[in-house]
Design a protein around this ligand. Sequence first.
Ligand SMILES: [Zn+2]
Length: 87
Amino acid sequence: MRRGFTEQGCFEELSIVISEEEKIKCPQCKRELKIECTSTLKVDLHGNKKKEIIGSCEHCLADYFWIEIIDKSGNKKIEEFRRHFCG
Ligand SMILES: [Zn+2]
């Protein structure tokens, strides 16, 4: 990615970087889910990092909830993937 500008600080960077392995696919249509919200990172007693994520499929108009766990060795695991209904 490259940015061009004439004055320092004349723009606000709004990009969100999502690495390839963070992309989760819709179980129905296999399209990529759009991340709607992510909880703050929690670390448990064993040093595992845990994040709760809500993502939506803009094609199926469905929301999903899952928990991402990264253990001390950096291995990522998805837990509790399910449909999410708000309200
Ligand atoms: Zn879908």
